[in-house]
Design a protein around this ligand. Structure first.
Ligand code: SF4
Length: 373
């Protein structure tokens, strides 16, 4: 089956400084040979540290900036070969949601105007039907139609992100690039927006490229994951497999920072040491070698290639077969804190015993036993 979006060998460098004669002094290798595919109705998460090139990939696949090399195919057609008319149609089918919804909304337009504008631009609703369409779209993103006459500054951050999502889905897209869509929101609002994105995906059959530096967020939305480091994908595969058994040392380091919500299980935190390289002059060989705890001489000179197994799980590392398993271990009982033990016991119904609490009356209070000796 051909994918909705296929990206092959994408390259984009930026000039970071020029001499007085205009010749480039430094070049940022932002995206350096990136390939992946996105199926209709699925989510590919692009993850990595700030500056790894993931947002540049998002803009390249939408042709908001031009690639220097490589190919992006949407519905089987190379987007670089689009006519003006085809590019206009592509602009409707492939949308983007930004981290800061306020910056992406015109402060002088009401929400009704902001949502009606793309409907008119793409001829998706007659003038007399647009208001009804706007109301339907607002309901779809969990906002009441009576908000339509308000301006962006009258909404909270979470509501503004719902409006940005409404504007993206108004034109009936097939693909949405979500560029850090919840990073600027309060933690309490994040899950609501993530749930909304998931619900809309189910209802409308949308495909997402979900760009994030936060693997804990990605875990809740991704079907597939691609981990980027310094302009290259170092590991990719189904999300379940990658989160359960990450193969690349860089992915392991990122994953080890996610807390496990269980007091009886723990991961060994991998703290990266060594110099944090720049995309202006990335290290030779494996670009992760200056920070990798498993580095050998070969890593410094020879660039590893992504090698996939039958499930599509791939990692670019020379030592992939030698690395120890990435284990989530049962926490050693001897190292557990007494306070944590007491708290765990307190929230387990069977543990409401005199051992868990300091006094008999406290046990009775917890069990709902009142007025008895
Ligand atoms: Fe580490 Fe070498 Fe593997 Fe790169 S190729 S991740 S430096 S072991």
């Amino acid at each position: 089956m051909s994918a909705l979006l296929e990206v092959d060998g994408l390259v984009r460098h930026f000039v970071a400084g020029r001499s007085i004669l205009g010749t480039p002094k430094a070049v940022v290798r932002a995206v350096d040979g990136v390939s992946f595919r996105v199926e209709a109705g699925r989510t590919l998460a692009l993850v990595g540290e700030s500056g790894c090139g993931k947002s540049t990939v998002g803009r390249l696949v939408l042709r908001l900036i031009e690639a220097e090399a490589g190919r992006v195919s949407f519905e089987g057609r190379d987007i670089a070969q689009y006519s003006a008319e085809e590019l206009r149609a592509f602009r409707r089918k492939a949308q983007i949601i930004f981290q800061d919804p306020y910056a992406s909304l015109n402060p002088r337009m009401t929400i009704a105007q902001a949502l009606a504008e793309p409907l008119a631009l793409h001829g998706l609703a007659e003038a007399g039907q647009r208001r009804q369409r706007v109301d339907d779209i607002l309901r779809l993103v969990g906002l009441e139609p009576r908000f339509a006459q308000r301006y962006p500054h009258e909404f909270s951050g979470g509501q503004r992100q719902r409006i940005a999502i409404a504007r993206a889905i108004a034109v009936e897209p097939k693909l949405i690039v979500c560029d850090e869509p919840v990073s600027a929101l309060d933690v309490s609002i994040r899950s609501q927006i993530l749930n909304l994105l998931r619900d809309l995906q189910r209802q409308l059959g949308l495909a997402y490229i979900f760009i994030s530096h936060d693997l804990a967020v990605v875990k809740h939305v991704a079907d597939d994951v691609a981990v980027m480091n310094l302009g290259q994908i170092v590991e990719t595969g189904p999300a379940a497999a990658l989160f359960e058994q990450p193969r690349h040392p860089y992915s392991r380091a990122l994953l080890s920072a996610i807390p496990i919500p269980s007091p009886s299980r723990e991961r060994t935190r991998v703290v990266l040491s060594g110099e944090l390289p720049s995309a202006i002059d990335p290290p030779s060989g494996c670009r992760f070698h200056t920070r990798c705890p498993y580095v050998i001489d070969r890593c410094r000179t020879e660039q590893p290639v992504l090698g996939a197994d039958a499930t599509g799980h791939a990692a670019a590392c020379h030592r992939i077969s030698e690395l120890p398993a990435f284990a989530v271990a049962a926490r050693d009982a001897g190292t557990r804190s007494a306070t944590l033990d007491r708290l765990t016991a307190a929230f387990t119904a069977k543990s409401f015993t005199a051992k868990s609490f300091s006094t008999k009356s406290e046990v009775q209070r917890r069990q709902g036993v009142h007025g008895q000796g």
